[in-house]
Design a protein around this ligand. Structure first.
Ligand SMILES: C[S@@+](CC[C@H](N)C(=O)[O-])C[C@H]1O[C@@H](n2cnc3c(N)ncnc32)[C@H](O)[C@@H]1O
Length: 374
């Protein structure tokens, strides 16, 4: 690695420590240590351009720790029971650990991407599905999760949700049980849902160009490694959701063109079922031209099959023509949930909710007046 590239990477790690992970003291200390060690910075040259980010190296190191490598560095990682706070010994231990794991780290940098599957988002998906079930009077929903990763959001009806306001709480979803994922979500304002009779997911399918095999220990360990080591709540509910997914066995398919798979699936659905296309934190992976084509193809499926599109993405990826609704929080770090459906030849679209990217809070908007994008 030449001097210029080294300086650039060192700067990126320092920036990551300052801006991206200040809530995780271990990651701040590791990023600062990496920035000072050319040998560690050199690992970044193995990553393809699309994945070359500090969090890829952080995940690669974390994976080795979760794999059970016996080394004093593990003592800093809360995710494996470590309680040691970052100290002056950490940089040397990190270097020693990276040397001992150089072969595996290099393979991770060459072949992996940071990939998560966040069921916290189901705290918004659940009420969104209830809303959809009342729109056309079809209580049987068919959920197609595009970019489903390990398919854990397909289990949305099997998780327990607790919504917390400043002075009260209420629950939705499945009843609480010791091994059942339980998701807490702070409610900003009210969650005004139409009274729905019983709705259910009669059909579900996940599709992803690179699905995670939930029966492959290395693959699911990588999912866990992409979480930050201090966040034991997310780590625990990921493991619970994986266990539940292995029992439920919802269908998950590899597809390079997920919309082609969706169309084939829609053709076979019974008429009384309401199909729902769902994507969360997926559209950022599309190039602009591919995204424009994707939107056109979805609009066509909406007209042809009555498909309702629920999209949970960064606000910049909202449907064109949809005004940005007011937000009680910082918009740049938030997810906008939108609904789109066909109304004759026109497309109706509405902003349904704002949320934290992982579902830690929800600002419900409901079916406010729609804008038409003819
Ligand atoms: C940030 S993850 C989100 C996973 C999941 N939707 C969630 O909310 O936890 C992005 C996912 O999008 C998938 N993806 C990337 N490009 C895609 C494409 N062209 N079509 C569908 N999915 C794609 C990735 O493989 C990855 O699993």
């Amino acid at each position: 690695m030449d001097k210029h590239t080294q300086t650039r990477w060192a700067e990126q790690f320092r920036r990551f420590a300052a801006l991206e992970c200040p809530q995780d003291p271990l990651y701040v200390a590791i990023c600062q240590a990496v920035a000072e060690q050319p040998e560690l910075l050199a690992l970044m040259v193995h990553a393809p351009a699309t994945q070359a980010k500090p969090n890829l190296l952080l995940a690669a190191l974390h994976e080795r720790v979760l794999a059970g490598i016996k080394h004093p560095l593990a003592g800093y990682y809360p995710s494996v029971g470590g309680t040691r706070l970052p100290d002056e010994e950490l940089p040397a231990l990190l270097q020693d650990f990276a040397r001992s794991q150089a072969a595996e780290l290099t393979i991770h940098m060459q072949t992996r991407g940071t990939q998560t599957n966040e069921i916290g988002r189901c705290a918004i998906l659940w009420p969104a599905l209830q809303q959809i079930a009342t729109m056309n009077g079809k209580p049987d929903l068919a959920l197609f999760d595009l970019g489903s990763s390990a398919g854990l959001n397909l289990g949305v009806d099997a998780y327990h949700y607790r919504y917390l306001t400043h002075d009260a709480s209420f629950c939705l979803g499945a009843d609480p049980q010791p091994q059942r994922p339980s998701i807490d979500c702070r409610l900003l304002g009210e969650l005004l849902l139409p009274a729905a009779g019983r709705w259910r997911l009669s059909h579900r399918l996940g599709a992803d160009p690179a699905p995670i095999d939930i029966y492959d220990a290395a693959a699911t360990r990588w999912l866990a490694a992409c979480l930050w080591p201090h966040d034991l709540v997310r780590a625990q509910r990921l493991q619970q959701a994986l266990t539940q997914a292995r029992q439920s066995q919802h269908a998950l398919q590899q597809a390079d063109d997920c919309l082609a798979l969706l169309e084939a699936w829609l053709r076979k659905l019974p008429a009384q079922v309401q199909p729902v296309l769902f994507n969360s934190w997926v559209l950022a992976y599309f190039e602009p031209a591919a995204l424009a084509e994707f939107r056109q193809r979805v609009a066509s499926l909406q007209r042809q099959y009555g498909l309702i599109w629920l999209s949970a993405e960064a606000p910049a990826l909202r449907p064109s023509g949809l005004a940005l609704p007011n937000l009680a929080r910082n918009a740049t770090a938030s997810t906008l949930w939108t609904l789109q459906w066909a109304d004759g030849d026109a497309t109706r679209q509405v902003a349904l909710a704002w949320s934290h990217p992982h579902g830690a809070w929800l600002q419900w908007l409901g079916l406010q007046p729609t804008t038409a994008a003819d």
